[in-house]
Structure formats: C-alpha cells, structure tokens
Write a new protein. Structure first.
Lengths: 94, 392
C-alpha cells in the first residue's frame, strides 16, 4: 500500500484546495466521476507523478488511448497500476 | 427571393444564432422557416415565426461531465433525437421546399434529409465541440463518435457507400466563432463570429440598483440544478462578499439557491443579457459559446469554469486569447475565485485582449456574413435542380 499512499498524496495535492467537496481518495474512486477530474487535472497529475518518481509515467497518454467507457471509469487503483507498470517494473528489469 | 429552412435542436444556445440569422435573411427579402420541437422553439422564436414541428421527446437534463458527457450527449440526445425527428424533418423539407437547408451541427437528421432529398444544405456550428476534431487525442473515442454517425446513417436506410461526415456540409459550413477565440477552426469552415439578436420576451431588470461607482460582475453558469452548480455559486458569492466597496454582482440563478446575499449581490432567475453586458466589467461563466461570445462581443473579459462539452475548449480559447482566466468548476473555492476575479478586474490587459476578440467578431461579420454566404449558396444551387431526387 505504500505506493497507493504516495499516489493518493499526489492526487490530494491536485484535487485540493477544494471548496466544500472533499472527495475521498480510495482505490475504487474514479478520476472523472468521483474526483471530477478534467483534462487539465489529468495532465497535472501526470506531471506531478513523473516529477515525484523521476521518470515519465505517461498517465495522460495511457488514459487518452483507452475507449470512452474505460476513460470515464478510470480509477485511482488503475493510476497505481500504470505507475507500477511504467516505473517499478522498468526499474526492476534495469 | 430564396427560401431557407433551419433544422435545430431544442437548445437555446443552438436556436439563438438562427434568430439573428433568420432576421438578416428576412431583411434581404428571403423566406425563413424553422424545423424542430415547437414546444421549445415557439417561446424563443415568437408567434410570427414559421415552425415545422417535429414533436418533442423528453430528454433528461445532463449532469455529466468529461467523457461521460460525450457519451450522454450523443447516446441520450443527438442520436435518439435525430432518429425520432427524421421523418418530420423530411416532411418539412418537402413542404417548405427550401433552396437551402441550414442544419445545426448537432441535428444530423437535417443533413440526412437534405442529402436524401437532394437539397443543398449548410452546416451551422453553434458550439465548438466538433471544430478541429478536439477528440483527436482520444482516438478510440473519436472512432466511437464516427460510429454513432454511421449508425444513424444506416438506421435511416442510407447506402453505406454514400456516407460522409454528417457534421460538415460538403457545400458550406459556418461557425459562430472566429480563429481569435477558436484557433482550431478548420480552413474550410467560415467563422462568422457570434450571431447576436434581441430576443423576444426579455425579463425586467432593476437598473436603478446598479451603482455607477462600482465595477459589475455577471455570474452565469447555465441552468443546471445539480449540487455541484449550487456549490460553485455559493463559493462565488463567498468570494465576492467582502468586495462590496468596489463591485456589485448579478447571479443568473434562482434566488432560493443563494439566500441571504449581502446588498451588493443579487440573484435573478433570468436577466436581459444583451442589455446588461454594456454595463458589465467581468463575466463569470461555465464557458458555453453563446455566453463567452456575447461577453467578448462587448469587450468584457471572463473567468471561465468549464463543465462539459465545448466549455473546456472555449475556456482554453479565452485564456489563449488573453481575455480571461480558467478555474476548476468542481474545485475552485472562494479564495481561488476571488483571486481570479480580482486579477482579471485589476489587469487592463484582459479587457484589451477581449476588445481584440471583439474586433475579430466585427471583421467576421456575424449575421450579415452568414446570410451572404447562404444566399450565395442558394444562388449557386438552384432548388429546381437540387430537388430532382425527391420525386423518385
């Protein structure tokens, strides 16, 4: 869960400050529906994750390549998966 | 004299431009008529307009945003309404015998009917949602959208080998924006700028309430009654509450949504927008093209909080033009909104940039330019030749 907490912390930075709309960042929370992400938020999170981890996460590109329903229902857990796929696996192989 | 038939959806933002365009065509001696749900159109068009009714289907007000809103606008509105209205639209084209059908970009029934009956037709884009293919960076979503149009084409019994992109007429496409605001406007679409017209039945306004010594802010985020809209309005009211010494603000919202406002803030369910704008210094908007263009046509800068559809595109256009700032609709709190509002009010550069967009609108020509292009199409394409396929 350490990685989840790291990702959730970055999402919280993007989602906040928030005027009376505290969305809970759980693994099943959807970016678009629950956290009310717009396209700019996705780019901000991508940049923040990439800066934090010191490597390109490619989150925005990954999400935009999905089909419509997969984009609408993309979850926090899937953000963690993308980070895992791009960063941790890559580091392990290196 | 030529005859023009507007095919429009029951949405004020799409009907309003046809009012000014219809008036410009009528002033040149041409006949104009509308095709759409009379229940919605009649109050906007007035008693004298010729309306070929399509009947009305109930469509739930949208509460979605982002890609979910793309699905719902096509699956719950554009596609079912086009299928439902196609027979009535074809009948209207046959009855009205127009020289040119003017098809709202989100009324593909008009494109199918005009094509099937061999009548020249023009696209009128009242939103920026389809201009310059903004979904191109989501290729599977774009494929899905084209799939919806092909589905409509097939369900209408049209031959697959004749399919074309129903959002753009092969004859003429007009858009109610300019490249100064919408840089992605394709080369073959004529940006005529906003088509503004006085609308019948405008509400009263307490003009004596306006204090000439203070700045004026108009807050208009559409007619949505969901909790996120109410939150945004309350945060905006909280942002403006401490600024009574320097501004007054008008919220276009039911007064019960914003109880206990201080004296420098008022809420009105409806306002006479075009009469009010010359006295307004800043508009806070969700970024619908009508509101954005009406503001910029008066040289008024904006703070835009986009929710769905073309609103993020318009918000980015306002920012790129230097005519305002974008804030997060679901997130911006009173502090962030106060900062954005005072920044735009305090920096004359935004007003200068808004005036430059206003100039681009004036050059584009609005209703007169659109009318001239349509009359040119009618003259090029005599209806007698065009109607040949209608009597097979």
């Amino acid at each position: 869960m350490a990685l989840f907490e790291e990702v959730a912390g970055i999402l919280r930075e993007v989602v906040g400050p928030c005027g009376g709309c505290p969305p809970e960042i759980t693994p099943n929370a959807t970016l678009e529906g629950d956290l009310r992400f717009d396209s700019l938020d996705l780019v901000r999170v991508d940049a923040a994750l990439s800066a934090h981890l010191g490597t390109e996460v490619g989150l925005a590109e990954h999400v935009r390549g999905l089909d419509l329903d997969a984009i609408s229902t993309f979850t926090v857990e899937q953000v963690v998966e993308q980070v895992t796929n791009r960063v941790w696996d890559g580091a392990a192989r290196a | 004299m030529s005859r023009f038939l507007f095919v429009v959806p029951p949405l004020a933002g799409h009907v309003n431009p046809t009012i000014g365009l219809g008036a410009a065509l009528a002033a040149r001696g041409h006949e104009v008529a509308w095709c759409g749900p009379e229940l919605h159109l009649r109050p906007m068009l007035g008693q004298d307009a010729v309306v070929h009714p399509t009947g009305t289907r109930l469509h739930r007000p949208q509460a979605d945003h982002g890609t979910a809103a793309i699905r719902s606008v096509w699956d719950r509105f554009i596609v079912p309404f086009a299928r439902f209205s196609l027979p009535a639209v074809e009948k209207a084209v046959l009855d009205a015998r127009p020289d040119v059908v003017v098809v709202d970009q989100h009324s593909p029934a008009g494109a199918i009917a005009a094509h099937r009956l061999g009548v020249p037709w023009a696209t009128l884009a009242a939103s920026t949602m389809e201009l310059g293919e903004p979904l191109a960076d989501m290729p599977r979503v774009l494929d899905w959208l084209h799939g919806r149009l092909r589905h409509l084409w097939a369900k209408a019994g049209m031959p697959a080998d004749e399919y074309f992109d129903l959002r753009f007429s092969p004859y003429l496409s007009l858009a109610c924006t300019t490249r100064a605001l919408t840089a992605a406007l394709p080369d073959d679409v004529i940006g005529v700028g906003p088509i503004l017209a006085e609308r019948p039945g405008q509400p009263d306004f307490p003009w004596e309430w306006l204090d000439q010594g203070r700045a004026h802010v108009l807050v208009s985020v559409g007619t949505l009654a969901d909790d996120v809209s109410a939150r945004f309005l309350r945060e905006t009211a909280a942002a403006l509450a401490p600024l009574g010494d320097r501004l007054q603000a008008i919220f276009v919202a039911p007064p019960e949504v914003l109880p206990d406002l201080p004296p420098h803030l008022i809420a009105r369910t409806r306002v006479p927008m075009l009469a009010l704008l010359p006295r307004v210094d800043l508009v806070v908007s969700h970024g619908g093209l009508n509101t954005v263009c009406e503001s910029l046509a008066h040289g008024v800068p904006l703070v835009v909080a986009p929710i769905r559809h073309d609103q993020p595109i318009n918000a980015n256009g306002v920012v790129a033009a230097g005519a305002g700032l974008r804030v997060g609709f679901a997130r911006a709190d009173a502090g962030a909104l106060r900062a954005a509002i005072t920044t735009v009010l305090g920096d004359p550069a935004h007003r200068v940039a808004a005036a430059q967009v206003r100039e681009s609108f004036a050059e584009a020509g609005g209703a007169d330019a659109a009318a001239a292009a349509l009359v040119d199409l009618a003259t090029r394409s005599p209806a007698a030749a065009g109607m040949s396929r209608s009597t097979s």
